[in-house]
Every structure is written in structure tokens, then in C-alpha cells.
Design a protein around this ligand. Structure first.
Ligand code: 3EB
Length: 301
């Protein structure tokens, strides 16, 4: 049972089926370690519903919306992404909460296919095709990760607000939508972070060892972790938040190879021991990247 003030709740490898509630989403990523869950609480009464493949909840100026669909029903990766984003952008366009701050994308076999035919690149093309006017004001912060469940399953969920937030880019990185042609026909459409409307929290996109537009330290988990941390620190500075990731910075680490879980845990223990951290088995959208970290940084504990 979810509480009346819960906007959304997520299970990562949690046992059982979970509550039959539109606010509950079982995420198709396996935890590396204990089952984990995430709960979004808001000030205010939450109402929720379903419209076909889309479910939503809203309360206190916040909106959660999620779509799960299958590539087989939409002619492949690109069609499924376009479909999911059309449903979401169409729904948000008619909502009071029209400012999409944060979005998560989980698809199967993300690195399958060569060059322009890599599935992630087809996803990027479908995503921009379905984004519509809602996203014209600026892209949300995002995560796009490969899961190891049913390869045709696409999960997309978002957090939107009734007031605009502020997009934050990373001065160490080329903005994703300006990536050069070598990364695909359609550059990825996301911001590096968004500062929520009240200015009290930074929503941090999936952050990896990308410097400029290039992947750094191919094959080296330790060096990629250190580079990722430099990017995370740079984002905090760019967003005007105090430095460091402590108890008020819940993070998720997406780990390509489960055998790197210990190295990731050890790094976190050394560099941000107080940050609540969930490790998930997921593929990063560039095959040479081994680790990606996303999460939240609240201004005050
Ligand atoms: C990068 O920096 C790594 O396509 O939505 C990170 C976060 C990445 C979000 C997305 C991709 C996305 O380019 C990949």
C-alpha cells in the first residue's frame, strides 16, 4: 500500500508483484546487491490514473507519468521510442504540470547493432520524433540505460512540475544535443541537469566519463569512476550547489559488468561514503563506458 502523499514508487528487484497502483513501477534493472526501492513523497494529496499504456499521478504541483511499451508493437526501437514520447508529450501538454524536469529511459540490448544501427541511436531518433512542443522549451535531465530483461521492453518515466526549472550544462562536456555526427544521425536530447523550480535540488542526468564529446579511459573502471566524479562535481558547481555528495545526495550507479560492483562500492565508500547509493546492472549507451551515475543533490540536508 502506498501512502496518499506518495507520487511514485519504484522497485529494483523487489520480490513479488508490487501493489496494483499506477504510481508503482517495477524497473527492469537488477540490483547488484540487495533489492532496492525508491519513493517520491510530495506535500499534498496525490491522485492517479491510467490511460492505456500511460499511467500518471499528480499532487502538490508535481506530475509523474510513465509509459511501458513493446518494440514489437511499434516496428522496432525507433517506433517504440516515438510512441512512448508521443504519449508522454501529449499527456503533459494537457496537464497543469508542463515543465518536464527529469526523465528516465530503459531499453533492452542498448549497444546491439553497428554504428548508426546501434539500438541506442534508433532510440535517440524516435525520442526526438515524439517529443513535440512540450520539450521545445529545453530538454529535461535524463538517463538512458540498457536493461537485461525482455529485450523489446521500453520503460520511460518522467517528473514534471507546474513551474519552470533551470537547465544546467556541464562546462567540461559538449552539450549532448550538439554532439558531432560520429555519435549518430540524431544527437541525444537531454540536459546535463535541471535545478528544480524551488532551487532546492539538482536533478542530475546520467553522468559518465565523457569529456568534451569523447569517451575517456576506455576499459578502465577506476579512471572512469574518477572522471565521472569530476563531471558530477562540475555539475554541482555549474548548478550553484555546495560541493560534495553526502547524505542529501541519493545516487544510482549503473554498472555494465557485475564484476565491477566491488570497485564501484569501494570508490563510493572512499569519495562519498554518506550518499545513499543503489547499484544497478545496466549497460551505458556507449559500449566503451563501464559506469554511469545519476541522482539528486538537495541544497539542504
Ligand atoms: C553521455 O554523456 C552518456 O540519451 O538520455 C547520459 C545521460 C547519456 C542521458 C540519454 C545518455 C543519455 O552522453 C550517455
Amino acid at each position: 500500500m502506498l501512502s496518499p502523499s506518495t507520487l511514485a514508487a519504484f522497485g529494483f528487484g523487489t520480490p513479488g508483484t508490487g501493489p496494483d497502483d499506477p504510481r508503482w513501477l517495477r524497473v527492469a534493472l537488477a540490483p547488484l546487491g540487495e533489492p532496492a526501492s525508491e519513493v517520491w513523497e510530495v506535500n499534498g494529496e496525490v491522485v492517479a490514473g491510467r490511460e492505456g499504456e500511460l499511467r500518471w499521478s499528480r499532487g502538490g504541483g508535481w506530475l509523474f507519468a510513465a509509459v511501458e511499451c513493446h518494440e514489437e508493437d511499434h516496428g522496432g526501437t525507433e517506433g517504440a521510442a516515438r510512441h512512448a514520447y508521443r504519449l508522454l508529450s501529449g499527456f503533459v501538454a494537457g496537464a497543469a504540470e508542463q515543465h518536464v524536469q527529469r526523465i528516465w529511459n530503459y531499453l533492452g540490448a542498448i549497444n546491439e547493432g553497428k554504428d548508426d544501427d546501434e539500438r541506442y541511436k534508433h532510440f535517440c531518433t524516435g525520442r526526438i520524433g515524439g517529443m513535440g512542443d512540450v520539450f521545445a522549451q529545453g530538454f529535461p535531465a535524463a538517463t538512458a540505460i540498457g536493461h537485461h530483461a525482455d529485450p523489446g521492453l521500453l520503460q520511460v518515466y518522467l517528473l514534471a512540475t507546474d513551474r519552470p526549472g533551470t537547465r544546467v550544462e556541464n562546462p567540461r562536456q559538449v552539450s549532448a544535443w550538439r554532439y558531432p555526427r560520429q555519435y549518430g544521425r540524431t544527437p541525444p536530447s537531454f540536459a546535463r541537469a535541471t535545478l528544480l523550480p524551488a532551487g532546492d535540488a539538482l536533478a542530475i542526468s546520467g553522468t559518465a566519463a565523457v569529456v568534451g564529446h569523447a569517451s575517456a579511459h576506455a576499459g578502465d573502471i577506476e579512471a572512469q569512476l574518477a572522471e565521472t566524479q569530476r563531471n558530477l562535481d562540475a555539475l554541482l558547481a555549474a548548478g550553484g550547489l555546495p560541493g560534495g555528495f553526502g547524505a542529501s545526495a541519493p545516487l544510482k550507479a549503473y554498472v555494465r559488468h557485475p564484476e565491477h560492483a566491488d570497485a564501484v562500492r569501494a570508490f563510493a565508500e572512499t569519495h562519498f561514503p554518506d550518499a545513499p547509493l543503489v547499484l544497478l546492472h545496466g549497460d551505458i549507451c556507449r559500449a566503451e563506458l563501464l559506469i554511469e551515475i545519476d541522482g539528486w543533490r538537495y541544497r539542504h540536508p
